[in-house]
Every structure is written in C-alpha cells, then in structure tokens.
Design a binder for this molecule. Structure first.
Ligand code: SF4
Ligand code: SF4
Length: 455
C-alpha cells in the first residue's frame, strides 16, 4: 500500500498530477459524444450525414466553411501551450502518451507485474511460463481496450446510438466505412501502443519535429542543471548514458532519471528531440537530491529562470496564439448565431417560360432545408409587383426534422398583365412561413420571371 501511495497518490509528483489529469481527460473524451444541447451533440463531425454538430447547431456540407475555424482554434491553442510549456501536448494531452501509460505502466506494470515503472527501458524477459502467459494476456486485454478506445473515437464521427445499431446489425456490406474505421483504428492502436511505443514520438510524429520552432528562452522545458550537476561532454556513452567530464557535481549517477524515461534518453545531455516532457525524470531525481539535502537537478523550468531571471507568461508569441484561438472561438459563435436552421433555395427549371391559353408560366425548383430537431410545416408565399400566382405548391409543406425537400414551384401570370411589366422580365420574392410562427417569414429568396418578350 505504501508503495502504491508513493507511486500513485503522492500529489507532489508530476506523475500523480499527470495520472489525475489523464483520468479526467479520459472521462471527458468518453462522455462528450453523448452530451446534447437542444437535441444536438455538443461536438460531432458526422461522416454519415456529412454535417458538423456544435453546441446545438448543425452545419451541413454547404456550411463547412466553419471547419477551418475549429482547426485554427485548436492549432493556436496547442501552439500557445507549446510556447508556454514546451512539449506539454506530448506529455499530457496526446492520446498516444496516455494510452502508452495505460498499457505499459498500468497493465504490464502495476497489474501484471511484467515491468517496473521506474525502469521502463529494461527489455522484457519472458523467461518463465508465467511471464510468457502474462505478456500474451496483456496483449489480449489491450486488444479489447483498443476496440473500446477506437469506438470512443468513432463516436465523434458517428452518433453513438447509430454506431451501436450498425455494429449490432453486423452488416459490413452496407456500412463498410463504419466497420473499417472501428476495426482499422483498433488494429492501428494494437500495433502502435503495444509494439511501436515511443518510437512513434521519436521518429514518426511530425509535430515532434516542428515543436522546437515555437520554443524561446522563456518556454518551460525539462532542464538539467548543468552548473550543479556533473559536466558531460554532450555525447552519449555506453547504453546512451551521458559521458561525464568530471564528477564533482551533485549528480550521483544513480541513473534514476534515465531508467524512468519512456523514450530512453538521458536528459543530462541536454534537451533532446526524444523528450516528450512527461516530467518523470524530474520526479525520479527529486528524492535522490532530497537525500543529499539539495534542490532537484532536473526541473520543468525556463532557461531564463535557470539564469536567475524572470520569465513571462505574457509575451508577443503567447498573446498572438491566444488571440488567434480566441478570435476563432468568437467567430464560431458568431457564425453559429447568424446561421439559419431553416433555409430556402430557388433554381429555375428547364426552359424559361410556357404560354398556354393566355397564361404565362415559369417553373422552378424550391429547395427547403429543415435543420431543426422538429418536424415543421411551411407555407410558401410570394411577393411580386404584378398579379403573379402560385400554381404549385398549393398546400402547406411538411418536412421531417433534419431533412431537405426539393419541390416544384410553378408561377403563372395572365399574358394580358405583361403590358404592365413593360415587356421585361421582372423580379419576385418567394417567402416561407413556419406555421408555428406564421407572422414573419422564416426565410426568403429572390427570383426572376421570364416573359415572351425576352426571346
Ligand atoms: S527526459 Fe524526462 S521528461 Fe523527457 S521524456 Fe525522458 S523522462 Fe520524460
Ligand atoms: S536522477 Fe538525478 S542524481 Fe540520479 S543520475 Fe539523474 S540527475 Fe543524476
């Protein structure tokens, strides 16, 4: 129990803070796909229905101009944290890191006792039947968890009740996309988390390569105190451990910081591309230095602070990223408020006009979209300077929730009245009224009526 408390419940350590953060993060990721506002998902990018749902509003395929705002907002938000805290995304926010902690430290380590969290780089030795069985058990359990994780991810793209009913139907032929996304992602997670591991962070992830561009001397990074520690020549000796020039500093060369590192680097050689800023080396060195009665040799701090100067949170680059994220956030809400849930479109039908029995007719197609969660009944009306009449549709139009209807619109005017139009085409406006509130039109659109004199 004491060991458990020390490893998992010591809130002074970054490891415990990170574990608490991971639990909250996982809970939020699991719950968000089920949360609704006004009968819509809080956030869902529906692939099957080609629309984005955000805070009670639906953006359909024709309104996906809002998507770049979400992408810019997320990117600016991550960049702001990168400029402030270095690779915090990698160590604290990236699903790859969280799932590696679950698989390696929790499943293979704390539960199946195949690994020691403080010595992550020691290769697994499957030299007994028990270890062999526990290793394959870890892969089996992880495969089950990978199915759950990829299902959770799928729910951001396919509404959960719909996803469950499709999976329960087992109809791969009708829904190849849904099954492929789920199973393909699961396969990737099994391979990546169980076998590729932190090599993904070191060699594959593009963000790892570009993050250093956003650092400056006021960015909090994992820093080894070279003034107090033993000096290294910057190169790596046997098993990648630092090669010391002298041993007069505080570092005891206990290697606790190296053994605990998930990416297998020696932070005493300075900040390296492989560092994902998990801060486990900071926790590892703390008790060693505490026993010596001196401050930690490794800290999450800025180079400026190491030189005894003050670091600023508020500086041009952090303010710029925050401003971009904020502007995108505000714009998303502005677009959301201005967007119409019910809309009308008008297309002229084939041919321009028809003359029959002293009557001139033009035909069109009306496209009515109901993006609300309720069935709606609409009345079509006309605003025209002349005696233009609606021949079709004569009746009110009922549209189910979330639907689009294409309806023929036929307008007619007696040929004798065309004298008033001065022989020219004239403009009119089609309006639709929601019968729940028939006082003001819910949308309107202009059109042109063609007359014989336009030939
Ligand atoms: S050097 Fe430290 S912070 Fe960086 S990955 Fe290794 S243990 Fe984590
Ligand atoms: S944990 Fe601290 S004392 Fe031990 S090797 Fe690392 S820096 Fe040196």
């Amino acid at each position: 129990m004491d060991k458990f408390k020390k490893n998992f419940l010591d809130f002074k350590t970054f490891t415990t803070k990170r574990n608490v953060f991971f639990i909250a993060y996982t809970f939020i990721a699991l719950v968000v796909p089920f949360l609704n506002v006004d009968g819509r998902r809080v956030f869902m990018m529906s692939f099957l229905h080609k629309r984005l749902e955000f805070m009670g509003t639906v953006f359909d395929a024709s309104q996906l101009y809002v998507l770049p705002l979400f992408i810019f907002m997320f990117a600016a938000w991550v960049l702001m944290w990168t400029a402030l805290g270095g690779r915090v995304w990698c160590g604290w926010g990236c699903p790859q890191t969280i799932l590696r902690v679950v698989f390696r430290d929790l499943l293979q380590g704390a539960i199946l006792k195949l690994r020691v969290r403080k010595d992550k780089n020691r290769p697994l030795k499957l030299n007994t039947i028990s270890k062999y069985l526990r290793y394959y058990l870890s892969l089996l359990i992880w495969s089950g968890l990978a199915l759950v994780v990829s299902a959770n991810l799928s729910w951001y793209f396919i509404d959960p009740p719909e996803w469950f009913s499709i999976i329960a139907s087992g109809d791969f032929a009708q829904y190849p996309f849904v099954f492929s996304l789920w199973l393909g992602l699961s396969g990737f997670l099994i391979l990546d988390i169980a076998f590729v591991g932190e090599n993904f962070c070191k060699y594959i992830c593009p963000y790892a390569r570009i993050q250093a561009v956003f650092f400056d001397e006021e960015t909090a990074l994992v820093v080894y105190d070279e003034k107090r520690g033993n000096n290294t020549d910057g190169s790596q000796g046997i098993k990648n451990f630092a090669r010391f020039i002298d041993k007069s500093g505080d570092c005891t060369d206990c290697l606790a910081c190296v053994k605990v590192c998930p990416t297998g680097i020696d932070i005493r050689n300075g900040l390296q591309l492989g560092c994902i800023e998990c801060l486990e080396c900071v926790d590892a060195c703390e008790p060693v230095m505490a026993r010596k009665g001196v401050p930690n040799l490794i800290a999450w701090t800025t180079y400026r602070a190491m030189d005894g100067e003050k670091s600023r949170f508020v500086r041009p680059r952090t303010v710029s990223y925050a401003a971009i994220a904020l502007i995108c956030f505000v714009l998303v809400f502005v677009v959301k408020e201005l967007k119409k849930d019910i809309s009308l479109n008008l297309n002229h039908g084939a041919g321009t006009y028809q003359v029959d029995d002293g009557l001139v007719e033009n035909s069109y197609f009306l496209l009515i979209t109901n993006r609300t969660t309720k069935e709606k009944t609409f009345r079509v009306a006309l605003k025209s300077p002349y005696e233009l009449d609606i021949i079709r549709p004569k009746r009110d139009i009922t549209l189910p929730a979330d639907s689009v209807l294409k309806k023929a619109l036929i307008l007619q005017i007696p040929a004798s009245k065309l004298v008033e139009t001065d022989g020219k085409l004239f403009k009119f406006t089609v309006e639709i009224y929601d019968l729940d509130d028939p006082i003001t039109p819910i949308d309107e659109i202009g059109g042109k009526f063609f007359t014989p004199s336009q030939e």
